[in-house]
Design a protein around this ligand. Structure first.
Ligand SMILES: NC(=O)c1ccc[n+]([C@@H]2O[C@H](COP(=O)([O-])OP(=O)(O)OC[C@H]3O[C@@H](n4cnc5c(N)ncnc54)[C@H](O)[C@@H]3O)[C@@H](O)[C@H]2O)c1
Length: 257
């Protein structure tokens, strides 16, 4: 019998890599992990944003490294893996939070638009798992950021919706192959305010009012509200949780009215 001693809901002492970690939800997760005592490398394609986020991580007294990556290029993910192993001494947690979106109808979407979205949002998730899993230690945790749209369809987002459905199916598939050493889960956020969509969801807009009204918690989420579920999935408290999708949507998706 295992005796309960203290809450294992912590990432303190873990070594994490956050892909798409210099903006939006990924950045909130990277800074939240650092705040809780994890060493964190937050990466994206922009050298300037990598540097800014690394400076914020360092200010929290933990280790980091500065490296860019593009999830459409497997070599760049491998370079991040090597940097994490060298600079942090290993990898316990990987978060795939990179994003790409294209608004077009099913009828009008072009091959280029479809491929752009799925290359980043779905193939990118696969490449992240392929690149990092071989270097992850026992007790490792991969967290893929999906979306409510994987379960609830929306007009004019066919590639994004299909990619996120694929992310959830891939998460389940990978969780079977990587067990028992590495757990693979997804978080499906609902409507979250990030710098990119702050105008779309601005208070007073019709869209914002409709979302607030339909959401049992009565509002859209702040990006920091995705951090707690990520800490749980990354932590040893989730040691028996794998292949799951944690929906973080204020009750939106199962609210009848
Ligand atoms: N904001 C929301 O309401 C919401 C809701 C559900 C799901 N999501 C998902 O959350 C994740 C983060 O989205 P966000 O809203 O924080 O957006 P964001 O644009 O702020 O963050 C996306 C990050 O991905 C990086 N990125 C884009 N293409 C990349 C590439 N080829 N290689 C490496 N990095 C790349 C960007 O530089 C950025 O750092 C995405 O997967 C998105 O689909 C967001």
């Amino acid at each position: 019998m295992v005796e309960y001693q203290h809450s294992p809901v912590t990432v303190s002492g873990k070594r994490a890599v956050v892909i798409g970690g210099t903006s939006g939800i990924g950045q909130a997760i990277a800074l939240g992990f650092a705040e809780e005592g994890a060493d964190v490398i937050a990466t994206s394609r922009s050298e300037e944003k990598v540097d800014e986020t690394a400076t914020e991580i360092e200010a929290r007294g933990v280790e980091t490294a500065r490296i860019t990556c593009d999830v459409t290029e497997p070599d760049s993910l491998e370079a991040v893996r090597e940097t994490a192993v060298e600079e942090l001494g290993g990898i316990d947690v990987v978060v795939a939070s990179q994003g790409a979106i294209s608004r077009a109808s099913v009828q009008d979407i072009t091959d280029e638009e479809w491929d752009f979205v799925t290359d980043v949002a779905l193939d990118g998730v696969r490449r992240v798992t392929q690149a990092f899993a071989p270097a992850m230690d026992e007790g490792g945790s991969i967290i893929n950021i999906s979306s409510l749209t994987a379960q609830l369809s929306m007009a004019n987002l066919p590639a994004y919706t299909a990619a996120k459905g694929g992310v959830e199916a891939f998460t389940r598939a990978a969780s079977k192959e990587l067990a028992p050493d590495i757990r693979v889960n997804a978080i499906a956020p609902g409507f979250v305010i990030t710098p990119q969509n702050a105008d779309t969801y601005a208070e007073g807009t019709e869209k914002r009012e409709r979302i607030d009204e339909r959401t049992p918690i009565g509002r859209v989420a702040e990006r920091e509200e995705i951090v707690g579920p990520a800490i749980f999935l990354a932590s040893d408290a989730a040691s028996f949780v794998t292949g799951e999708v944690v929906t973080v949507d204020g009750g939106f998706s199962d609210s009848a009215f």
